[in-house]
Design a protein around this ligand. Structure first.
Ligand SMILES: [Zn+2]
Length: 292
């Protein structure tokens, strides 16, 4: 692996088409089931063939519907992290409901996989003022729900500047000790995200260029994909055209191009362990949440 220019995280937010805000708020419906599972299997096999690893931020209600698909991710050696239980926006929920989302998803994923679940990513990168307190209360050790994107009207961005792994206090000065943050990457200068919709709009060369520019600055690129982006989606009344753009085969080819870049693809947690030394030590003593 000495030919690489550094490490990168190509994480996957494990959710299906019927769990996306775009589908849930649409007027139409589809009776197709499991839209995205084939994409998830493709991604798992493609990474496995290359000896690459990743972190899977999993919507834990999928444990009830498709336990074998989630177990296969853990069996492949990937890190399992949480993407809530229901994939509802956290800011739409009460504090008690948010705590429940965090606690339930951790518990479900841990009991299915036997892995310790320490990472979390919020749906649509939507977090609330009590986010880090709730994460600490429910036993998480890191978050990856921040993008240092410029403000994008009708979308997100403009809230955060953090572009490198850090203690969560770099995002929120009142965040509890022992929590770390791994921000998703933006294009230097342009400050638009490197993946998600932006990868599908601008193409894999845009993403690969961003990865190299970050690596040159000593920053590990952190990217994300969704399984439903890797399959042909049924036309559903009210789902915006941008959701369909460059999904399916186009996206599989784009990801193959990204995986061909000279990076070692690793887990989110391993990047934080190296970049934020001693972060987990702060969880161990006294009254902090304890690992089982
Ligand atoms: Zn999501």
């Amino acid at each position: 692996m000495s030919d690489t220019v550094g490490r990168a995280v190509l994480s996957i937010d494990v959710e299906l088409f019927d769990q996306t805000p775009a589908y849930r708020s649409a007027s139409g419906i589809t009776d197709q089931q499991g839209i995205g599972l084939n994409g998830l299997a493709w991604f798992r096999e493609t990474l496995g063939d290359r000896g690459a690893s990743t972190t899977c931020f999993v919507v834990s209600s999928l444990v009830d519907r498709y336990p074998e698909a989630i177990e296969a991710l853990a069996d492949a050696g990937f890190e399992i992290a949480s993407h809530t239980h229901s994939h509802e926006l956290l800011s739409d929920r009460s504090a008690d409901e948010r705590r429940e989302e965090l606690a339930t998803s951790k518990e479900r994923l841990e009991s299915l996989t036997g892995q310790s679940v320490t990472g979390f990513r919020a749906p649509a990168f939507d977090i609330t003022d009590d986010h880090f307190d709730l994460l600490a209360e429910t036993g998480y050790e890191y978050d990856s729900s921040v993008v240092a994107s410029r403000a994008i009207p009708g979308w997100y961005g403009g809230e955060y500047d953090l572009e490198t792994p850090a203690l969560a206090t770099a995002v929120d000065p009142d965040a509890p000790a022992g929590l770390a943050e791994l921000p998703a990457s933006v294009m230097p200068g342009l400050r638009l995200p490197l993946t998600g919709t932006w990868l599908r709009f601008f193409g894999p060369r845009y993403t690969a260029l961003g990865m190299r520019l970050l690596a040159r600055r000593g920053i590990t690129p952190v990217l994300y994909v969704h399984p439903w982006e890797l399959v042909g989606l049924p036309q559903v009344e009210g789902v915006p055209a941008r959701v369909y753009y460059h999904t399916g085969e186009w996206m599989r080819e784009a990801l193959t191009y990204i995986l061909d870049q000279p990076f070692d693809f690793v887990t989110a947690r391993s990047v934080l362990e190296d970049a934020v030394p001693g972060w987990t030590d702060q969880n161990r003593p006294a009254d902090g949440p304890q690992e089982e």
